[in-house]
Write a protein that binds this ligand. Structure first.
Ligand code: SAM
Length: 292
């Protein structure tokens, strides 16, 4: 019996080169990056010489973050762009180990694109906890009216950057600085409807007015608010990383959205040589009126 894993979608500009001994080695465009990954407790396939070729290495300084070292970090904070499924993403290594792109989300981006012809007119997509905006940009490119919500000004600026780099006009996205739960509730009160809702919450976060987001305490309320927002035919995607609940929990949560089909499992990246899978979080999808 194998754990359920959403099929990995390969990206032209990203590869998981190796993993093990608490780290992962990845290629983003033409740069090799090495950073901690608590899931990678197994042995590496490649020797230290291969790992030592990394341009950028994340060095943890505390529980909250660290710094990037290596030849690629000399001469100031590095940043570059890579193509992603027809869009362009700015890669910017942050002190929180993030780069502005979660390539394990590619199966969800692809699903949103594949479902586009199944909706009539111009479908609406709501991306809560939208971060640097790739999901919103990719959706807008294929014809969704995308609303992108995040509590961080920096994340919204990054989204605007990815939007422009991807050749979208200024008005292609509705970008909102707000607490995700407050926004969902307000939209429900206004009678707004969405064909697609994407939820990629962190374990802990804060809204722009200090609203506290704790996954276990708030997720049920958020799912309840999202339920009010759904069009007759709809897709909801919930994903998270590093949370102590399982895909079964996710499935049970999304079952509360009402009639429809729920899929649940893990998101993963596949090593380029050999295909060993690195777990990257849990995910569930609720599809209504969109069954094949
Ligand atoms: C980076 S994504 C999470 C991706 C992935 N699931 C993880 O945990 O690493 C989290 C985004 O949610 C935003 N965020 C945190 N709390 C929020 C809140 N209360 N309302 C809206 N956005 C919030 C952050 O600014 C960030 O851009």
């Amino acid at each position: 019996m194998q754990p359920a894993v959403f099929p990995v979608v390969a990206l032209e500009s990203h590869a998981l080169v190796d993993s093990g001994a608490g780290e992962k080695l990845e290629r983003y465009g033409d740069r090799l990056l090495r950073r901690p990954d608590p899931q990678a407790v197994w042995s590496r396939r490649l020797d230290e010489r291969a790992w030592a070729r990394a341009d950028l290495v994340f060095v943890r300084e505390s529980d909250r973050g660290g710094r990037w070292e290596g030849p690629g970090a000399r001469g100031g904070a590095p940043e570059w762009t890579i193509p992603v499924l027809g869009a362009v993403a700015r890669i910017r290594p942050t002190p929180f180990k993030h780069l502005g792109l979660f390539p394990e989300q590619a199966p969800n981006w692809r699903l949103v694109e594949d479902l586009r012809p199944r909706f009539e007119g111009r479908p609406r997509l709501l991306n809560l906890f939208g971060y640097s905006g790739l999901a919103s940009v990719l959706a807008a490119r294929v014809g969704y009216e995308a609303t992108h919500v995040d509590a961080s000004r920096a994340a919204l600026a990054w989204t605007r950057e990815n939007q422009a780099l991807s050749g979208l006009p200024d008005n292609a996205l509705r970008v909102v600085l707000e607490d995700a739960l407050q926004f969902a509730r307000r939209e429900a009160r206004r009678g707004a409807r969405y064909e697609v809702v994407l939820l990629d919450p962190p374990h802990y976060g804060r809204g722009p007015k200090g609203e506290v987001w704790r996954f276990e305490e708030r997720i049920a309320e958020l799912v309840e608010a999202v339920r009010e927002l759904l069009a007759d035919r709809s897709l909801v995607v919930l994903s998270t990383y590093a949370i102590g609940c399982s895909p079964l929990t996710f499935r049970n949560l999304l079952a509360e959205l009402g009639p429809g089909r729920v899929e649940a499992g893990e998101l993963a990246l596949s090593e380029e040589d050999g295909g060993r899978l690195l777990p990257c979080g849990f995910c569930a999808r609720h599809l209504r009126g969109l069954e094949p």
